[in-house]
Design a protein around this ligand. Sequence first.
Ligand code: SAM
Length: 305
Amino acid sequence: MTGGPTPGEAPFENQHAEKPLAPGLYLVATPIGNLEDITLRALRVLRSADRIACEDTRQTAKLLGHFGIRTPTVSYHAHNETSRATVLIEALKSGARIAIVSDAGMPGIADPGAAIAAEAIAAGIAVYPIPGANAALSALIASGLPADRFTFHGFLPSKEGQRRTVLEALRNEATTTPITHIFYETPHRILGALEDIIATFGPTQRVVIARELTKLHEEFSRGTAAELLADYTKRPSIRGEMVLLLDGTPCTASAENTSAPNLAAEVQALMVSGVTEKDALKQVAKDRGIGKSEAYREWQRTKKR
Ligand code: SAM
């Protein structure tokens, strides 16, 4: 057994502080902006490990330099994950203590880490989580949206068609209890994402954008999708890291959008009655108040499914 206190022990007891680090793989969370968010345990593990495998050794060097940690580092990122994992697992089998860190936050959450954890477990090696900062959960708890049930989706697809398909699937999910959807987003895609949320969930859909969490310019924008799109469109530039949260509570989805039959069904109904595909698309676009090209794209996407 590893990790937490055994029955009868105080939950906050500092059980390991003076003991040498046990052999195994340590998944260490690091700050997502504010260096104060490193834990005492994370510092001890990083200081005592034989090696730190980093997503970007230069990025981690800044963190280690700040805390005066001189543990050797090795790169472990998306492009060498498989080959480097083999080497690290061999070292772990010989009793090494290896820490994994990503550039920021929790390894394994939209970052490398989960694959080596699975390999280590399969090889019978002890795997220890060293908890700490994470952008998705930090955004969720201060968003004001339901936090009892939530789904973390990582990044939304960058292409509009695929993004809408993902959002439509969420809109169509049968849910009776409140749920919040969490996405990682980038400044250059946030406007497109908001436009697609409006197109799928409707303009009154409640959303939150959590930007620059834990940093000097931390900002929470809370409102409807249309309000946030208007706000972000007005900004001279959009910068910083951001988390996008969507209230999946059924009653908040736009009635107009959720109850309307889907576009493909309307086009097909017209075609069955003898209208050509082109004219059917034209008619449906007009009825919905959307452009012909948007209707065409939606139609094409539905046909591919
Ligand atoms: N492993 C990290 C974690 O535990 O949160 C996430 C890494 S992922 C590659 C990077 C994305 O996380 C960013 O594009 C952004 O969406 C989100 N993110 C990271 N730091 C953030 C911050 N300080 N404020 C808002 N979002 C952040």
